[in-house]
Design a protein around this ligand. Structure first.
Ligand code: HEC
Ligand code: HEC
Ligand code: HEC
Ligand code: HEC
Ligand code: HEC
Length: 346
């Protein structure tokens, strides 16, 4: 294999020889039977256990992905959510995939090319023939799947990318206050003793850590703030549909609900692809603040007020009839229910 120098596209860097951002399947050069996750797990038990519970392992099977994929089954989706060539072949035969596809983003997608194991260093006790890829510990490695533009289509084939990012996580990180953090993405995501848990928006502790909701009362008007205090990138980031809802209401007058959505909105661009028309996602270290006169909620003045931050994984928080996803479409990040709020300072 050619030496793995990061490729540069605009301001971005990714390891083009390893990942094509879904244009092609990943060819590990070995049959999956030899490099399945279960096989690696025989010696790497801690990594395997964490990986099984991670979204990487569930990238093909999870219901939120499957609902969208079955409506628009492009090979392009397959090459990131079940990236290996044998997984693609299985899906081409069966559409829903079988045991190979079910491994999702498996060990070999990140670590196996031909006879070699890719790693940042070779450990002293290692039995492997190692190809040293120093960049594996940096953001360029993750960018192969976590940074891409809206696709250029020829029929059902994706042949390239428009400039407007569909997922912008790595660029957000590189522009943000965490960019010099040693360990980069893995400092926050390679959690757990086996370094492969990769918790994100499906992990309640990560969500709770990421966002801080502050509320105070100034003469009957609430001053609200939502801050991204622990994300390495905007929150939400990743998939286009993800959004965070801030809601406030009194239980007796749900029709008076106050609601704001933090997310991205797009419109078709004249030259093809999409145009970003609104981005209210919360940048790392930044946030939103605003006012809410309590009277607009309706109800009785001494009735408790509910304030909730809710993370929604899909375009809508409600199930679509006939297409149940079989897993939660949203998670509560914070829920307050109070009669009175602390007075604002000054
Ligand atoms: C027969 C046992 C065994 C199997 C099977 C095995 N490994 Fe390893 N691997 C090791 C040992 C031992 C080390 C050194 C670990 C250490 O010292 O921390 C290692 C190290 C590694 C490393 C770090 C780089 C290096 O070589 O030092 C990676 C990455 C790795 N293995 C990936 C894999 C993957 C992916 C698979 C499945 C395709 C796999 N291993 C299968 C025993 C095994
Ligand atoms: C999404 C990509 C990805 C997947 C999937 C993945 N790994 Fe890794 N793994 C990495 C990265 C990045 C590193 C850091 C590189 C390094 O330390 O050499 C790493 C490091 C390792 C190491 C060295 C850990 C250490 O510090 O001692 C081992 C062993 C390993 N992986 C095994 C596995 C096994 C086994 C699986 C499947 C159960 C797996 N990996 C799945 C990306 C991945
Ligand atoms: C081969 C492609 C690939 C690579 C390389 C990769 N990922 Fe992923 N990652 C995915 C896919 C696909 C998903 C979405 C899984 C799903 O459907 O929920 C995902 C999910 C995640 C999630 C969970 C998101 C959530 O909402 O819970 C985190 C965190 C994550 N990746 C971090 C990383 C980091 C950090 C790296 C680099 C060390 C990396 N990934 C490398 C493909 C990849
Ligand atoms: C300072 C810690 C930190 C760093 C560094 C970091 N993240 Fe995160 N990340 C988080 C937290 C906290 C969350 C949970 C909140 C959320 O889901 O947005 C998260 C969520 C995610 C998600 C879930 C998607 C979503 O829409 O929320 C993905 C994917 C992800 N990170 C990938 C990455 C990648 C790739 C990098 C490196 C370019 C990275 N992260 C760097 C803290 C970090
Ligand atoms: C270039 C790689 C890539 C391609 C191509 C790709 N995805 Fe993803 N997808 C990801 C990554 C990385 C994530 C994780 C970010 C996140 O969790 O928000 C993800 C997350 C998702 C999620 C959110 C899953 C969850 O757990 O909440 C859905 C749904 C999804 N993708 C659907 C699709 C569909 C449908 C296609 C094809 C039209 C597709 N993706 C193509 C990389 C890709």
């Amino acid at each position: 294999m050619a030496p793995l120098q990061p490729a540069i596209a605009g301001a971005l860097v990714w390891l083009a020889p390893l990942f094509s951002k879904g244009l092609e399947p990943v060819a590990p050069g070995r049959p999956m039977a030899e490099v399945s996750a279960a096989m690696c797990g025989r010696c790497h038990g801690a990594m395997h256990k964490e990986w099984v519970a991670s979204r990487h392992a569930q990238a093909w099977t999870n219901g939120i992905f499957q609902r969208e994929y079955q409506q628009r089954p492009l090979d392009w989706c397959v090459h990131c959510h079940a990236p290996l060539d044998e997984q693609a072949a299985e899906i081409a035969r069966t559409r829903r995939g079988g045991p190979l596809a079910a491994e999702g983003v498996t060990c070999a997608a990140c670590h196996v090319r031909g006879p070699r194991i890719l790693a940042a260093t070779k450990r002293p006790r290692s039995p492997h023939d190692v190809e040293v890829v120093a960049e594996m510990t940096g953001p360029a490695f993750c960018a192969g799947c976590h940074q891409f533009g809206f696709p250029k289509l020829e029929g059902a084939r994706v042949v390239g990318f428009h400039d407007v990012p569909m997922q912008d996580t790595v660029a957000q990180f590189l522009r943000g206050p965490q960019r010099a953090r040693p360990g980069a993405c893995r400092a926050c995501h390679a959690a757990g003793p086996g370094l492969h848990a990769y918790p994100g928006a499906h992990d309640p502790a990560m969500l709770a850590r990421a966002l801080r909701l502050s509320v105070c009362d100034r003469a009957g008007t609430l001053e609200l703030a939502v801050d991204n205090i622990a994300g390495g990138h905007h929150v939400p980031t990743g998939d286009v549909h993800r959004h965070v809802l801030l809601r406030a209401w009194r239980s007796s007058t749900p029709e008076g609900v106050f609601e704001l959505s933090f997310g991205r909105k797009f419109a078709p661009a004249p030259e093809g692809g999409k145009r970003l028309i609104e981005d209210t996602t919360l940048p790392a270290g930044g946030g939103w603040s605003g006012r809410l006169p309590l009277a607009t909620l309706g109800g009785e003045p001494d009735e408790p007020v509910n304030i909730e931050l809710r993370y929604v994984y899909a375009i809508d928080e409600h199930e679509v009839p006939r297409h149940p996803v079989g897993e939660p479409l949203w998670a509560v990040v914070t829920h307050l229910r109070e009669r009175t709020f602390r007075p604002c300072e000054k």
